[in-house]
Design a protein around this ligand. Structure first.
Ligand code: SF4
Length: 416
């Protein structure tokens, strides 16, 4: 009788790809992959990059420990970022756990066991990070930056093409550095051209996690000129004040960011810009925070994610004086999110009456479906509520006439 394995994948899409690789290997070894409630052995691939994520991982592990106490599970294996950071501590405090496995060296020869919905997929092209932001523990957790060679990336892409995946999201900690380690220069445009050639049956190619200082004109022209590439640029800036950017060890200046945003908008009209912002970074003054808010008001990002600064041991920022109290961090986070809500509602209004290509993600009920435009990445951005007289299925691309707009979402009707 095959041992039944269930997995819980926490954190970001990069972790999801690791979980898919872990399952791919276990499947190859003859284990049966099942839903957690039918599992003998539970695998949890954890996230540990900020406090919130660590708490969520620990809570999940404790739920599994309870199931083991009730003899509903035989073994628990904890993978990923949490054991990579705290293995000894965890081993001491969680004797119920059968194994702790830190960083997983990915086996790119075994076929991943897909955990995302069948119609979209994540293609991880590099591991680790080339940058060293002072607040970030990821380079320590994920190790040295390592690009996958072009042929290995294309092999995975061909599999997605064969599986008729509608959307492929290209990810890494920072994909703009792709190739620098392996080929001695930035090779994302060259890789993308090869991907486009092979992606005959794939509708959308989306780029996630581009570092501002490595976005070349060639890359922007490719995104502009290739119909398959979503007009969507994910550009984490984190802050805009010169002094804070230096303290964050970001190798971009305020001027660089403003010029880049202007160039992107001029080069790719109608592009959706996504960014990430940190609220309450150590020593941030009221005046510097107001400067950040003014910048967000002017830049009008179509999509934005914000985080309250999390003081992470092992990072340079951990030892900075004048750490901002959590209460202030939360106030600033809320101010950013309520400003963004207004900006997003205003931006969405421009779509009223327009016809957009929408990728159907799921049926919501009756004749209503949930989908996304090319301006919405899976799981983090807005949705389109689609009404359709004809039956649709996940992965279908349809033309939708927008007849209402909300803060983050749109509603519309399929035009036949
Ligand atoms: S680029 Fe992102 S992953 Fe890399 S060090 Fe900076 S914040 Fe961390």
């Amino acid at each position: 009788m095959k041992t039944k394995i269930g997995i819980l994948s926490m954190g970001c899409p990069r972790n999801l790809v690791d979980s898919e690789s872990i399952l791919g290997r276990l499947n190859l070894k003859g284990y049966q992959i099942v839903d957690m409630h039918r599992a003998d052995v539970a695998v949890v691939n954890t996230c540990a990059f900020i406090d919130e994520a660590k708490r969520e991982s620990i809570d999940t592990i404790m739920d599994l420990v309870e199931l083991k106490r009730q003899k509903k599970l035989r073994k628990i294996i904890v993978y990923g970022c949490l054991p990579q950071r705290y293995k000894d501590n965890l081993r001491k405090n969680l004797p119920e756990i059968d194994a702790f496995v830190g960083r997983v060296s990915l086996n790119h020869n075994s076929q991943n066991y897909s955990l995302s919905p069948k119609h979209y997929a994540y293609l991880k092209i590099c591991e680790g990070c080339i940058n060293n932001c002072s607040f970030c523990v990821i380079p320590k957790i994920k190790g040295k930056f390592a690009s996958l060679d072009i042929e290995t990336v294309l092999k995975k892409l061909r599999q997605f093409n064969k599986d008729r995946v509608s959307e492929v999201n290209i990810i890494g900690q920072d994909i703009s550095g792709y190739g620098l380690d392996l080929y001695g220069e930035l090779e994302l445009p060259r890789l993308l051209k090869k991907i486009i050639k092979e992606a005959r049956d794939i509708g959308w190619i989306r780029l996630l996690y581009l570092y501002p200082s490595r976005i070349s004109d060639e890359l922007l022209w490719l995104i502009r000129d290739e119909p398959k590439i979503c007009k969507y640029i994910d550009l984490p800036v984190q802050h805009i004040n010169e002094r804070i950017l230096k303290l964050m060890h970001r190798d971009t200046s305020k001027g660089d960011c403003l010029r880049l945003i202007d160039k992107i908008r001029k080069t790719i009209p109608g592009v959706a810009l996504r960014t990430s912002i940190i609220a309450g970074f150590p020593t941030e003054t009221d005046r510097e925070f107001k400067e950040l808010l003014r910048f967000l008001e002017d830049a009008r990002f179509e999509r934005l994610g914000a985080f309250i600064y999390s003081r992470e041991e092992g990072t340079p920022a951990y030892n900075f004086k004048n750490q901002i109290p959590r209460r202030i961090g939360l106030e600033r986070f809320n101010a950013i999110m309520s400003l963004q809500q207004k900006i997003s509602a205003g931006i969405n209004k421009k779509f009223l009456g327009s016809i957009l290509d929408v990728l159907i993600d799921e049926k919501q009920g009756g004749s209503t479906y949930l989908g996304r435009t090319q301006y919405d990445a899976p799981e983090v951005d807005g949705m389109v509520y689609v009404n359709s007289k004809r039956k649709l299925k996940p992965g279908d691309f349809v033309k939708v006439k927008i007849h209402d707009t909300l803060e983050y979402d749109l509603t519309g009707e399929v035009i036949l």
